[in-house]
Design a protein around this ligand. Structure first.
Ligand SMILES: Cc1ncc(COP(=O)(O)O)c(C=O)c1O
Length: 430
């Protein structure tokens, strides 16, 4: 069968792995495979290093001294990296907070309070922070929350299911870019385009926390008013959430210092180290792009090329995970293993798999993996972070496997051998 995707060559992959902390070991626990990047990704060394470097300066970036001006430049560069290089925005403004969840509550609340229209449309698969924010603000503003149902085959939500809920009175459509449970990529471009045909004034919102580490995004192309992401899922550090918001959203009535411009959302003293840490991620993706560039590219073009190459490598890993090799069975053929949402369409999947193994409970299975040096995570209905989505798929649970582009075919093969051992053990004790 033809191989899908395009893996990095081994020299480049070695260089990539060297730029990250703890790709194949934990300093205290020893050798391990970290396939839990959806819960927080492997860390880029440079992103961690610059965060500490810029924290060493006491200067407020809003002063006139040389160091302050330098720190201010770091912040400006980071802002440009977020809005233009990562999001592809030609205009718009930045929202920052400690987490993506806080941004979801804040920005969806702003839309609900300011925009006329009596309903918000969202999906059953949203992360609780986007879903509950929509529900909370609908309740506060007397709007109806309409929820599109999931497709258990693809692990996503069909665009038609969302579009049919939208009418002239829908003030906002909030759809995640990719599911943190199934890895399915939602067709936000089509959804937002169709939504605007029904109500040209509708606000289009996407939580892209799980998608941004796996693919390039473009807010102009998809027509988003807001796109939210979190650096700690994107090779960076914990402690910040970032969002692009469109010009028209940026000037809606929101919490701000009165004297600042209408489109300013940030409050309080700026933190240049967070921006430096983010720019280090962009530098890194651009560096990958530059390995393949045949002529001089802009920073955004380099970034896009880098993300495309990351995606191609991850697709190859995904295919390897499903199909294995002649000698090592892939997940599709290991007896007792079930791969959910396996519809054969890797073009619409980020590198997140959901599986189950016969004869072993999800939580026990995660422990068995851990005993064998593999970190994965169970998604079960007793977790508030999974219940609604699993119910929407008609599942009781799943083991989530989420590698990233730093992983190799060898890591995948080791994982497959371990999975087969767990499946055999479970079959014996059943
Ligand atoms: C899709 C999605 N949105 C939002 C969040 C929340 O991100 P944060 O932890 O920054 O609040 C997560 C976290 O797992 C997520 O997967």
């Amino acid at each position: 069968m033809a191989k899908i995707g395009e893996p990095f060559d081994s020299t480049l992959l070695d260089e990539i792995r060297d730029k990250f902390y703890y790709v194949n070991y934990d300093p205290d626990m020893g050798k391990r495979i970290f396939f839990e990047n959806s819960g927080g990704s492997l860390r880029l060394k440079e992103s961690v290093r610059v965060k500490s470097e810029y924290e060493q300066f006491p200067d407020c970036p809003e002063r006139v001294h040389e160091r302050a001006l330098f720190l201010n430049e770091i912040q400006k560069r980071g802002t440009d990296d977020i809005l233009n290089v990562i999001c592809g925005a030609k205009s718009g403004a930045l929202v920052t907070d400690l987490t993506a969840s806080e941004i979801n509550f804040d920005v969806l609340g702003c839309i609900a309070e300011n925009v006329t229209g009596m309903n918000i449309v969202t999906t059953a698969l949203e992360h609780p922070s986007a879903f509950d924010a929509a529900q909370y603000h609908c309740a506060r503003t007397g709007k109806e929350l309409r929820v599109a149902k999931a497709n258990p085959k693809t692990g996503g939500v069909d665009a038609e299911e969302i579009i049919k809920l939208i009418d002239k009175d829908t003030c906002c459509v909030s759809v995640m870019s990719a599911s943190n449970i199934s890895g399915a990529v939602l067709d936000v471009e089509k959804i937002f385009k169709e939504a605007k045909k029904i109500n040209p004034d509708i606000y289009c919102y996407t939580d892209a926390v799980q998608h941004v580490p796996h693919a390039a995004v473009d807010v102009e192309k998809i027509g988003a008013d807001a796109l939210v992401f979190a650096p700690y899922k994107f090779f960076g550090t914990r402690g910040t959430g970032f969002a692009y918001i469109s010009d028209r959203l940026s000037v809606l009535h929101h919490r701000k210092l009165i004297a600042k411009s209408r489109n300013v959302w940030q409050l309080g003293s700026p933190t240049p180290s967070n921006f430096a840490s983010l720019s280090a991620i962009v530098d890194y993706v651009c560096w990958i792009g530059s390995q393949f560039a045949e002529h001089k590219l802009t920073r955004r073009e380099q970034f896009l090329l880098g993300m495309d190459k990351i995606r191609a490598h991850e697709t190859a890993l995904f295919d390897h995970m499903l199909n294995g090799t002649k000698e090592i069975q892939g997940l599709r053929s290991i007896p007792g293993v079930h791969v959910y949402f396996d519809d054969g369409d890797l073009a619409h999947k980020d590198l997140i798999l959901a599986i189950a193994i016969d004869g072993i409970d999800y939580k026990e299975c995660v422990k068995e993996y851990a005993r064998r040096g593999v970190t994965v995570y169970e998604r079960v209905t007793d977790s508030i972070y999974s219940k609604r989505m699993l119910d929407a798929f008609g599942l009781k649970g799943a083991i989530r496997i989420s590698p990233i582009h730093c992983h190799s075919f060898e890591d995948v093969e080791e994982f497959l051998i371990i999975t087969k051992k767990i499946a055999e053990m479970a079959a014996r004790t059943e």
